[in-house]
Design a protein around this ligand. Structure first.
Ligand code: F6R
Length: 240
């Protein structure tokens, strides 16, 4: 793993955006694996700036996201599809036809997982952006998820529901289930870029980088990836 330590959230976001923009410059038809969540917001804002300065275009880029809540779709302000449109897709020249997320409102979530898995096979990712859960999750692959997993339905851990409740009016409104890309599919990306900010993630960062490779900490599998880059701010790196 390559570890880059930055001063704060802003510097982490600039570095994350630089690495993603480099992927697009190297291949204007790149496939980007994207993530939602607070960590990624600053990086998307930097990418939007680069687009507005004429440095990059998303016209021919394809994107696949990690996850979506079951029950939430385009009409919901809390869905991940809405997050992606508001923070990136609607602010750049992305063609929405080329942007993919699991469909949280599908009638048959299991069928939707199969559809998404086969979509991923046809869209090998040049880079996969990841955040890190305070319990070590990647995507919504909670502790004890098999490293061999493909896209599947998950029951969210109580700690994840609690972490994510800040984005909802009431904790009871946080969906309890989601569809997530599996760990084997995350690992199939050519390059992994994990961004982590804040002292509340320091323990999970320690387990990811220095802990045993174990399903107790899903992110520890990144130690086996040939090209995993972790961009941390000082607070997130404080236990290394
Ligand atoms: C989001 C995702 C999650 C988040 C993680 C960190 O698509 O898959 O794994 O990256 O929960 O979330 P934040 O950045 O909100 O702390």
């Amino acid at each position: 793993m390559k570890i880059l330590i930055t001063k704060d959230y802003e510097e982490m976001s600039r570095k994350g955006a630089l690495l993603i923009s480099q992927t697009i410059k190297d291949n204007p038809c790149a496939v980007l694996g994207l993530a939602t969540g607070s960590t990624a917001i600053g990086t998307y804002a930097e990418l939007v700036k680069m687009y507005k300065n004429g440095e990059i275009s998303f016209k021919n880029v394809k994107t696949v996201n990690l996850d979506e809540y079951i029950g939430l779709g385009e009409e919901s302000t809390q869905s991940y599809v809405t997050f992606m449109r508001e923070n990136l897709f609607n602010l750049v020249d992305a063609d929405l036809k080329n942007t993919h997320l699991p469909n949280g409102t599908s009638d048959n979530a299991e069928e939707e997982c199969k559809r998404y898995s086969s979509l991923l096979c046809g869209l090998p990712r040049d880079i996969q952006l990841l955040g890190l859960g305070s319990n070590g999750h990647i995507g919504f692959n909670e502790p004890l998820t098999s490293f061999n997993s493909k896209t599947h339905v998950v029951e969210l851990a109580e700690s994840t529901v609690k972490d994510n409740s800040r984005l909802f009016a009431n904790a009871e409104d946080v969906p309890r289930r989601a569809i997530t890309m599996g760990i084997s599919e995350i690992m199939a990306a050519k390059r992994i870029l994990m961004l982590v900010s804040g002292a509340n993630k320091a323990k999970a960062v320690y387990n990811t980088v220095k802990g045993q490779i174990s399903e107790n900490c899903p992110a520890s599998i990144l130690q086996r990836h040939d090209d995993a880059v972790l961009v941390l701010d000082e607070a997130a790196a404080s236990l290394l």
